[in-house]
Write a protein that binds this ligand. Sequence first.
Ligand code: BGC
Length: 701
Amino acid sequence: MTLEEKVGQLTQWRGEWSDTGPRVAEGGEEEIRAGKVGSFLGVYGAAYTRELQRVAVEESRLGVPLLFAHDVIHGFRTTFPMPLAEAASFNPELVERAARIGAIEGAAHGLHWTFAPMVDLSRDPRWGRIVEGSGEDPYLGSVMAAARVRGFQGDDLAAPDTLLATAKHFAAYGGAEGGRDYNTVDVSERTLHEIYLPPFRAAVEAGAGSVMAAFNEVAGIPMHAHEHLIEDVLRGAWGWDGVLVSDYTGILEMVAHGFSPSRVDAGIAALRAGVDVDMVSNIYLEDVPAAVRDGRLAEGIVDEAVRRVLRAKARLGLFDDPYRYSDPAREAAVTLTPEHRAASRELARQSIVLLKNEGGALPLRKDLGTLAVIGPLADQPRIVLGGWTAAGRAEDAVSVLEGLRRAVGPDTRVLHEAGAEIEGADTSGFASAVAAAEQADAVVLVLGEHHDMSSEAHNRTTLDLPGVQRQLAERVHAAGKPTVAVLLNGRPLSVGWLDENVPAILETWFLGVEMGPAVADVLFGDVSPSGKLPVTFPRNVGQIPIYYNHKSTGRPPDPDNKYTSKYIDVPWTPLYPFGHGLSYTTFEYGEPSVDRATIPVDGEVTVSVTVKNTGPRPGTEVVQLYLRDDFASVTRPVKELRGFQRVPLAPGEAKTVTFTLGPDDLAFYGQDMQRVVEPGTFTVFVGGSSAEAKRAGFTVE
Ligand code: BGC
């Protein structure tokens, strides 16, 4: 391989959108022939990728097959709930299945590589990309990260229906100061290892073949040059040997960071740190060869990166059959099938969180005379898909309004008024919205954010309902009809007014192609809601950062003691805690018990608890187990999630649920940053949210 051919393998070009779908830029075929392309971003289509692959294999000197990469985040053509919503299902099996379907569809369209799962945790809902991850918790985040990797990659990466998965963005991207995307991250080594890194480790242990570097710096070092975290931790301590891809122009951005004086310096720093693929900066291709020739960079470092890229191509089976993924017949057969839509609807139902339900306001009856569906988010087929939709299309999606219309009985009249825009100050639609409410037997307010208000670079400084939606809600509510609220949003919203005034609130996020039917399934009670919040909902933006696994402090909040850690204007507690979510039935927890009161440092303890459905309907409870190390040489969080189980229960039925905790669950990073289980007492909390839990305890000797 010539040096030019080597850096060609490390170079990722981007596709462009055309009337006939994604295409390579003009002259792209010539670059392939010249061996200057290792992979493409955003180029797919079975016939088209076949043709490009033919050029690479038959017309370039070495005939190395291309990789086609794309952001298949929550489905390819069959769009699933946004990842944050999927996490609310607490159902890793269904989340794995969603990723599997994304891979089946994407691979049939010629793709080999997805830039997912996004495993960044965030404690800051101002950050728009919180919607792309699994929320605030390292345990839940790790379970979901592993599930998605298994789903994308299947059992055998060489099978033609799998995608190479990418855990991104390494690392601590969700810790951006002020919730401002791309901003500086400065976290302690402890927080990095305890909070931000575990989902990456879980993804790597699940076999993720790829990792993407993050745009941000961590404590002064841009992640695209972070030799310690990439070489010592990821490749060293964790023993990972996959392909590390830069983020979009991430290598070049080290100049703007004030880290690399020039393009070539940035390229050298990135290669030295172990960044194998240059996504669209074209620095490896254009600037690195001269640096190798004049001795500034050892060619061996380039060779290592090339080896990793070629190994990925081999793992995908491309040297055996470069065309195996690009199959027009399979493309037609597996895209947006009824079975895939059904899987999306099932996960969408389970991702819905019932935040509040006073006096059994929900479910609604299907035989109401008149139902008014009011709000700017009701009739929005595109928005229900959320951001990052790969090949998803608005015309495939069912809006909330359409879903409700399809579900009601033949004698029910459905009225709809948007009432207001999503953003902006126009109140001219209020009067007709109120008039519709006045004619109705029940009102569903469909409120929230445009999907474009979260995702990359879409950060907010307030978590309030945008525009005049709250005023719209007040006016409609004043009509005095039974009113419930359905929220669409990509982040926690501070909806205190709704919480105080509206009897029932459903958090429905952005749920994908089958959003409307899934919302109707839950709203009308065909299915009881079973989702739980994967992230804390603050009362207002000033409480950020607020998360359940915080420390105790020396002065824990005490309402009777002024000099404790709280606010003078709002309570210190969240609006809705992590893990919260109601059902149409009720669950009663018995007292948890442990099988052994005392265990050795390497021992295990089993916690049992009986959960009973004490209400009138079938339902599924997500039973959650949290743990606290009461006293340790390094202070520990007040509680940390260590297990959960979805437990379906018929009315009157009771089941005993058990969790086994071992050294991995009890350990933490000691003062020397080594994992340790320390003797002492531990408290176990079991319940239906992080705030409501019954306790048991045991001692480690
Ligand atoms: C995002 C990545 C994404 C890449 C390619 C970047 O702007 O940060 O998450 O994979 O674009 O689309």
